[in-house]
Design a protein around this ligand. Sequence first.
Ligand SMILES: NC(=O)c1ccc[n+]([C@@H]2O[C@H](COP(=O)([O-])OP(=O)(O)OC[C@H]3O[C@@H](n4cnc5c(N)ncnc54)[C@H](OP(=O)(O)O)[C@@H]3O)[C@@H](O)[C@H]2O)c1
Length: 294
Amino acid sequence: MNSKEQDPLSSSPSSRWWSKNTVAIVTGANKGIGFSLVRRFAELGLTVVLTARDSARGLTAVDALMAQGLHVHFFRLDVSDPSSIQSFVSWFKERFGAIDILVNNAAVSFNDQNENSVEHADTVINTNFYGPKLLTEALLPLFRISPSGGRILNISSRLGLLNKLENPKIKEILEDQERLSEKQIENMITLFLEDVRQGTWKSRGWPKIWTDYAVSKLALNAYSKLLAKRYESCGLSVNCFCPGFTRTSMTGGKGTHTADDAAEVGARLALLPLQELPTGKFYIARSTLVCSKL
Ligand SMILES: NC(=O)c1ccc[n+]([C@@H]2O[C@H](COP(=O)([O-])OP(=O)(O)OC[C@H]3O[C@@H](n4cnc5c(N)ncnc54)[C@H](OP(=O)(O)O)[C@@H]3O)[C@@H](O)[C@H]2O)c1
């Protein structure tokens, strides 16, 4: 799909297929876009599990929603910690049994607008790539596929699009949809972290802006594409969504629009009726929803 293709959100008025039995999980939801997504889902009547790595911050967010008359569930989840993922999934399985929508939203960046440091590359990769990957793998058996299809929305970034990568060998591997494997994606990550350790990362064709963050999203995009292909015939859709330059902590409060604006578009994408639901696509929120090549 390219940017000339139709905005899926403008094709027809979305029909409401969900109910309070529809269960959505959002990671990193104590603030920012994740919090706004939880609020939107709750306003629309879904059952929502708000997760956050810090219990106090998570519960404060739950209280804020409660004050607005919205009830959501909470469980602590640090996506960079495999044992936290395990505890969360055990609790979720016991409490709900099945999931309809997973939004992998939690992420970190240690860069600001004028700086490009890779000092925290391991944390960035663990949180932004391995976190969503491990959580998705643990939840896959719990996806309720019928009648409306299971949905995974990975909140990504256009900084991780393939056109930001100048290393021709890695680009070729990631572009080869037929042969792309998890091993290749993880090998790319290993290579990047090795370049960081060797101090050679600036000359190896990695993305130039917010490099470690961009590589984490590059890997997340590639993994999403692979998952989408693997589960297409099973009724599970996997898409990436870049919220655009949004005013949150991650951008130091700068941006062209609010977290609520971004979440409104993200929620509509996650809730498209089954017959209009894409898979394996990357969408950027602008004035309309633009689809880019992953
Ligand atoms: N804002 C933008 O312009 C922009 C643009 C493109 C993409 N995005 C993407 O949008 C998503 C949301 O970002 P945002 O702008 O809303 O940023 P944000 O306000 O900084 O929110 C990030 C959230 O992730 C949580 N988090 C961080 N590490 C975590 C971990 N290990 N486990 C669980 N949660 C963790 C944070 O929790 P704490 O409060 O505990 O730190 C926070 O709740 C991210 O995936 C980001 O990459 C944002």
